[in-house]
Design a protein around this ligand. Structure first.
Ligand code: F6P
Length: 490
């Protein structure tokens, strides 16, 4: 298992005197005003939560958009603040977007165009010329702020995700000597699907300004190379998995992202989490059930929440003997509701839950408990401890870290993971109960199989799952990315 200390060692050796700069749309800490006081919250998204322990271990600067009501209040005159609170180990540098920029770049081109384009879930992307202009503008802004932080130092810039597809290009135009890597946290679709995007060439050219480009799985690397081959006059080397475009080489590699296994495993056992678990048991009336099945998602159409609910409905239709014996807890964090499709999804979920309730509930039992709420680390851990089944069933997902976190939190081995075969995590977590979220009948059978599997066999499976996550933790992931820089010419 890789440790924080080993990663620190690698960073020292490989980066030397280079400044480490991470840039992402979402910030790792958000400051909000509540009743006249400032509170710090951690956002729920996978990417920032994966990278945060890496930054804590390595130090450096993290550039991200400010988003909280107290964000401006707590930064210094250079828009910086040291984080994490209580144990400051790196700098968070905030940049500010205007309302028009947020609308065009974040809600618009990032989440109405690129997000549905890259997830094969049959939600039609909207390509809007003016939103594209804002996307370019904000990517430029990111490059300017990163350069301001670097000044004349040597640096290693690590860009995150689909919001920043053009930033590497703007950086390299000014400072070709900076080493720039990007990790794409969402899937990359096949070249036929990608080719509908009017800005496809600009996006590819932007990404090919990176020295190293990472995806979660090899399949996404392959899709990306196919897109380049189809759209640009570039030399694509499938064996070396690299592209030479306009004389510059970009290595394309798969790095399956992970979680801080040790931290989660340890914390899940702590007294504080045990207390929270007891509290949740009371709050959600969970005592007395033999099985508590649990799901935790941002409310996003890629996560397959309606499909999951349909499968639960099917489960009780097919196996009514489980009524009053099992309860499904769905926690959903509101997300991007400024976008119409997300508003509609929320209505759709309420509608299906009401239908299921009407059909199956009894005087003393409701099949699904749905809470729309955000959750912090402690709450997540408590839910993981409570759940003897965790259902992760996206229609398409780059990786999905809930699956890995659940496994890491199950020190008592008393848990089963039901996992969509369309997640990146499914490639590694082969001992999960694999489902197709589009097939409610089979999905219902898999729930039954997980419930009825003899304890010893279920425990064995969880043990093997834990070995996989333990051996491929977040520090190993970061080490792999940084070690690959040996092959980059700088
Ligand atoms: O999966 C990619 C990702 O960037 C994750 O970090 C996160 O789950 C989500 O997409 C971003 O959500 P948001 O739009 O709330 O930052």
């Amino acid at each position: 298992m890789w440790t924080k200390e080993q990663l620190q060692d690698v960073v020292r050796k490989k980066l030397g005197d280079r400044l480490l700069v991470i840039a992402s749309n979402r910030e790792p800490y958000i400051h909000v005003l509540e009743g006249g006081r400032t509170r710090t919250i951690r956002p729920v998204g996978g990417a920032v939560n994966a990278l945060e322990p890496v930054m804590r271990a390595c130090g450096g600067v993290w550039v991200a958009c400010g988003s909280g009501s107290a964000d401006r209040k707590v930064v210094d005159s250079k828009n910086r603040i040291m984080v994490p609170p209580g144990n400051p180990s790196y700098t968070l540098r905030r940049l500010w977007l205007s309302k028009a920029e947020e609308e065009g770049y974040y809600y618009g081109y990032s989440n109405r165009a690129i997000w549905p384009l890259c997830h094969m879930v049959y939600v039609r992307p909207t390509f809007d010329e003016s939103e594209w202009r804002y996307y370019e503008q904000v990517n430029h802004k990111f490059a300017d702020v990163i350069l301001e932080e670097i000044k004349d130092k040597k640096a290693f810039v690590w860009l995150q995700d689909y919001h920043l597809a053009l930033t590497a290009r703007f950086l390299k135009e000014i400072r070709p000597d900076i080493v720039v890597t990007q990790f794409w946290h969402i899937p990359w679709v096949n070249s036929e699907a990608f080719r509908i995007c009017p800005a496809k060439k600009e996006i590819l050219q932007g990404l090919l300004s990176n020295d190293l480009l990472g995806f979660h799985i090899r399949h996404h690397c392959r899709n990306f190379l196919d897109s380049v081959e189809l759209e640009l006059e570039a030399r694509v080397d499938y064996e070396k998995t690299s592209v030479i475009y306009k004389g510059h080489e970009t290595l394309v590699r798969a790095f399956p992202v992970s979680v801080d296994f040790e931290e989660i495993s340890e914390k899940a056992e702590s007294k504080e989490i045990k207390l929270k678990t007891t509290q949740f048991k009371k709050e959600f009336f969970l005592a007395g059930y033999k099985f508590v099945a649990f799901s935790l998602d941002r409310i996003d159409y890629t996560k397959g929440i309606p499909e999951r609910l349909r499968a639960i409905d099917r489960f009780f239709e097919k196996f009514p003997e489980y009524k009053e014996k099992i309860v499904f807890v769905q926690i959903g964090a509101l997300s991007r509701i400024h976008i119409k499709r997300y508003k509609e999804l929320n209505d759709q979920i309420d509608y299906i839950i009401e239908e299921i309730d009407w059909k199956h509930s009894t005087d003393t039992w409701r099949p699904v408990i749905f809470k729309r709420r955000t959750f912090d680390f402690r709450e997540k851990m408590a839910f993981y401890r409570l759940a003897n089944i965790c259902i992760v069933s996206p229609l398409h997902d780059g990786m999905n870290l809930v699956a890995k976190e659940y496994v890491a939190a199950k020190n008592d081995l008393k848990g089963a993971l039901i996992l969509s075969q369309f997640t990146g995590a499914a490639r590694e977590l082969q001992d999960a109960f694999s489902i197709n979220p589009y097939d409610p009948d089979d999905f219902a059978n898999k729930i039954k199989e997980a419930v009825e599997m003899p304890l010893v066999a279920r425990t064995e499976r969880m043990k093997r799952l834990r070995d996989v996550v333990r051996n491929n933790n977040i520090y190993k992931w970061a080490n792999k990315v940084i070690s690959e820089l040996d092959k980059v010419h700088f």
